[in-house]
Design a protein around this ligand. Structure first.
Ligand code: KIV
Ligand code: NA
Length: 264
């Protein structure tokens, strides 16, 4: 009944066991995912889009993410909690990255941090892991670079495959305990997964990565409208909540709620 550790994830890879990961940003989802046995929860900078209503992850701050990290940590007992370092909090160099990572561990209470980038961010990964803080890296499509990349695009097709493989290798060599592979061709993700001893976590990386992650609102169908091809919806929460809201609204307007049983 203890917390999952990074070494448990390495052991799972050695045994060939796949595992699920979800984002979480609040008490109730964190508690449900923890009780359901999701070994790793990410308080993603995707809170920008999925909590705060920003257009891009680029806009969310440390001050906005840290309270969510604390809420998720407080609401879980088993899951390993990863705090996602926001855009602007680690790019300047290893010293800035370490300072932010320490802040997330101390003020957020999380058990690991995540940052985006491959070979370019290896010095940051090395500085943070050197201080005893586990780092999850993130290569392939990296949303914080959306404007430089030119939109949400698959990375590592054709000739560019080697660059993605090298990015994954660089962060593993720098000491990352796991690496997210976002929107890379399945064959490239498979190759990286076989080459690295650390777990790979796919999101739009096909079936051969060691783990799979989804944003929880995508997984549970709370976000509707156009969703990426890699999303599968396991529930229709938006429809359920719309129906409940409509029923409540109708009953208040008609006087059916509250009834005698709800009245002191
Ligand atoms: O912020 C996030 O949700 C992520 C995952 C989807 C990997 O970085
Ligand atoms: Na993220």
């Amino acid at each position: 009944n203890r917390r999952v550790r990074t070494r448990d994830l390495l052991a799972a890879k050695e045994r060939g066991e796949k595992w699920p990961m979800l984002t979480s940003y609040d008490q109730y989802t964190a508690g449900i995912f923890d009780a359901a046995g999701i070994p790793v929860l990410l308080v993603g900078d995707s809170a920008a889009n999925n909590v705060y209503g920003y257009e891009s992850t680029v806009q969310v701050s440390e001050a906005e993410l840290l309270p969510l990290v604390r809420a998720v940590v407080r609401s879980t007992r088993r899951s390993l909690i990863v705090g996602d370092l926001p855009f602007g909090s680690y790019e300047e160099g290893p010293a800035q990255a370490l300072r932010t990572a320490v802040r997330f561990m101390k003020e957020g209470g999380c058990h690991a941090v995540k940052l985006e980038g491959g070979a370019r961010m290896a010095p940051q990964v090395e500085a943070i892991t050197g201080a005893g803080i586990p780092v999850m890296a993130h290569v392939g499509f990296t949303p914080q670079r959306e404007h430089a990349i030119g939109g949400y695009r698959v990375q590592g097709r054709g000739d560019t495959a080697e660059a993605v493989v090298e990015d994954a290798r660089a962060v593993a060599d720098a000491g990352a305990f796991a690496v997210v592979l976002e929107m890379v061709p399945g064959e490239v993700a498979k190759r990286i997964t076989h080459e690295l001893t650390i777990p790979t976590i796919g999101i739009g990386g096909g079936p051969d990565t060691d783990a799979q992650v989804l944003v929880w609102q995508d997984m549970a169908g709370l976000r509707t409208g156009k969703t990426p091809r890699f999303v599968k919806r396991y529930a229709e929460l938006a429809a359920a909540l719309t129906e409940a809201t409509q029923a409540f609204s109708d009953e208040v307007r008609s006087g059916a709620f509250p009834a005698q049983e709800h009245t002191f």
